[in-house]
Design a protein around this ligand. Structure first.
Ligand SMILES: [Zn+2]
Length: 321
């Protein structure tokens, strides 16, 4: 059973899910995520104090070196708790409040966690961002260069700055994987970014539903299957399909009722990912199993996950460096 007592949708043994971007707030959410098949998640820290919180969550159980192996206080269904991959970065909303030594502290956090990715960083030209664009760009590019130097994947937040993100990736000739989280760009921009030398991945969440289906559906179908990921972006990004989406994809008409029953209509959690998978598979016009397998494989590759646990690939890169 999931939160709210709703029966979990059936999951095949192969259908493990990877939440490619979230902001985990408590361990109880790990157990509920495991019950619907979430076997790994990338947890993002957005500012200096947040990095310590993310590191603590990983150390306390479900950390990347543990291979999902927190104590098996596990789930009632017996599933192991998900592996948690830490990510540390300076989000554009916190750029205005950064300390003078923020970049050195970020480097230290990444070096202390060889399995960690760099995230969340990015560019935001929306009204919620206090930092000016020039200082955002400076902080973003510094983090991209740090990720390249340390050979870490990057999780990118991008609001009204798709062209600028594209230009930065091209200018810096990044070769580490870049995950554009909660991607909502146009189909044309998706194709342009997918063609870069930088391996760019497109991670989809409930934010997709803020776009009209006429714009979003061609975009989802423009994402190459080997560059697709799914994420909860919890606690943001609740799935709440508006009528236009239910009209365009009537096979999703069960979603609002199930999400309400699971207590996920307003408050988002990583366990939403089973329903995010249904949304993305319907939008892509592909079977759920195919999308589950592809997104799992893609995220494992990017975040250094092996069948034995997360982090082996990252450690290998470090020892080569
Ligand atoms: Zn985020």
């Amino acid at each position: 059973m999931t939160a709210g007592g709703h029966p979990a949708p059936a999951t095949s043994p192969r259908a493990r899910l990877f939440d490619a971007h979230c902001h985990l707030q408590a361990h109880c959410h790990l157990r509920k995520a495991a019950e619907v098949g979430v076997a790994a998640l990338a947890c993002n820290g957005c500012w200096q104090d947040d990095w310590a919180r993310v590191a603590e969550l990983c150390a306390d159980g479900g950390g990347s070196s543990g291979g999902g192996g927190a104590s098996s206080s596990g789930s009632s269904s017996g599933a192991a708790l998900p592996t948690v991959v830490p990510n540390f970065g300076l989000h554009p909303w916190w750029v205005a409040r950064r300390s003078p030594d923020w970049l050195e502290r970020l480097r230290a956090a990444l070096l202390a966690h060889p399995t960690a990715g760099l995230g969340e960083c990015g560019l935001d030209r929306g009204p919620r961002c206090a930092a000016g664009y020039a200082e955002q760009l400076e902080a973003f590019e510094a983090q991209l260069m740090l990720a390249q130097e340390l050979q870490r994947p990057v999780s990118v937040h991008c609001v009204r700055a798709y062209g600028a993100v594209h230009d930065a990736l091209r200018r810096l000739a990044l070769t580490v994987p870049v995950v554009l989280h909660s991607w909502t760009g146009a189909a044309e921009m998706t194709a342009v970014l997918a063609a870069l030398r930088t391996p760019v991945y497109f991670s989809l969440s409930g934010h997709l539903l803020k776009q009209p289906p006429a714009k979003a559906l061609p975009m989802v179908r423009a994402i190459p299957l080997d560059r697709l990921m799914i994420e909860s972006d919890s606690p943001d990004g609740a799935l709440d399909p508006p009528p236009a989406w239910l009209h365009a994809l009537p096979q999703l008409s069960h979603l609002p009722g199930e999400l309400r029953a699971a207590g996920l209509a307003q408050l988002n959690r990583p366990c939403v990912l089973r329903w995010t998978l249904q949304l993305v598979a319907a939008a892509a016009g592909r079977p759920e199993e195919e999308v589950a397998c592809a997104t799992w494989d893609n995220a494992c590759r990017v975040f250094g996950c092996t069948p034995d646990g997360v982090g082996a690939a990252a450690k290998q890169l470090d020892s080569q460096g």
